[in-house]
Design a protein around this ligand. Structure first.
Ligand code: NAP
Length: 310
């Protein structure tokens, strides 16, 4: 089968790479062509527009920044909708709002075209390992058409009857990511200010019921001062904002979002937009007047921590 990938950023680039590695014929398009070059070298075929991808593929994946970017690649003369055949399906995997995904589903339905909203949880690593989580929302028949392609990079697919429920699920997960990161930063700073090595705290968390793999990976990345982006600060702030818009529609309180979102706004203002979302901890470090590092405390002496810094 031939699959198309539109948007070759962190996620789309990895999806195209994995589809190629698992034997798919892959047609790619990206607004900035240079990002396609490594994939073309691996055997992907370049298309000059989203419409050209749609013309050639049975399943057309888009994974771009936000609703405005999805609009750009979907509509207009050179967009996906105009060229998609009645048998092909556009599967948008971007993180968007429930309202936007409802609009997409309705617009495609009215045009007699197939659309599935399928946001994902996990990053480049999970895509390349084939363990990404997919939340597919749409008509049963359309989900069936997409599922074989998802299975190239996912071993966990959840199905929802509508596009907006898939998106709601994704935003619920991403709020957790933001809150967990801020909670971890808070506890590491609290521990460090009290003379406890943040590395010791991570070790304890990993061995307890509180242990989430994310605490280990992101906690260690903070201690190693590695903020190279797997998922940009600016994208997680976008998702917190989308969640707030959606919560207004359903009159849902999001009390934790109020503070968390402000910290991500501060991370943007302090120049961390293109760093990994774990860089929000740098904002908290500045407020606390301390920088978290692996060697912050030398370890234990007679069962008690001792200070090597501060
Ligand atoms: P990224 O690296 O910033 O890539 C964004 C992509 O969108 C690029 O291909 C970019 O094209 C394209 N784009 C942006 N604005 C556009 C426009 N107006 N018209 C056409 N194309 C446009 O982001 P990413 O991390 O791959 O994330 C993509 C989506 O997946 C986002 O919705 C994000 O929230 C979601 N997501 C990300 C992760 C993650 O771990 N990274 C995980 C789950 C979900 P250019 O190359 O030309 O800029």
């Amino acid at each position: 089968m031939r699959a198309g990938v539109i948007g070759l950023g962190i996620m789309g680039g990895a999806i195209a790479e994995r589809l190629l590695a698992t034997g798919y014929e892959v047609v790619v398009y990206n607004r900035t062509r240079e990002k396609a070059e490594p994939l073309i070298a691996q055997g992907a075929r370049w298309a000059d527009s989203p419409a050209e991808v749609a013309r050639q593929c049975e399943v057309v994946i888009s994974i771009v920044t936000d609703p405005a970017a999805v609009e750009q690649v979907s509509f207009g003369d050179r967009g996906i909708l105009s060229a998609l055949s009645a048998e092909s399906v556009h599967c948008d995997m971007s993180t968007v709002s429930p309202a936007w995904s409802r609009y997409m589903a309705q617009t495609y339905r009215q045009a007699g075209k197939r659309f599935v909203q399928a946001p994902v949880l996990g990053g480049r690593k999970q895509i390349l390992e084939g363990t990404l989580l997919v939340f597919g929302g749409g008509e049963e028949d359309d989900l069936n058409r997409c599922e074989p392609v998802w299975r190239a990079f996912s071993d966990k697919v959840w199905r929802f009857p509508t596009a907006d429920r898939a998106t709601t699920t994704k935003l619920a997960c991403n709020m957790m990511i933001a809150h967990m990161m801020v909670g971890l930063g808070q506890s590491m700073l609290f521990a460090a200010k009290g003379g406890v090595s943040p590395a010791t705290l991570l070790d304890i968390l990993s061995k307890s019921n509180l242990g989430a793999p994310m605490y280990t990976t992101k906690g260690n990345a903070v201690l190693e001062r590695n903020f190279q982006a797997n998922f940009f600060v600016r994208h997680l702030l976008k998702d917190l904002s989308l969640a707030e818009d959606a919560a207004r529609e359903t009159s849902t309180m999001l009390p934790l979002n109020a503070l968390t979102r402000e910290l991500f706004v501060a991370a943007m203002q302090q120049g961390f937009a293109d760093e990994d979302y774990s860089a929000v901890v740098k904002v908290m470090e500045r407020l606390a007047g301390i920088e978290l590092r692996k060697d912050l405390y030398g370890g234990q002496r007679d069962g008690r921590p001792y200070r090597t810094h501060l």
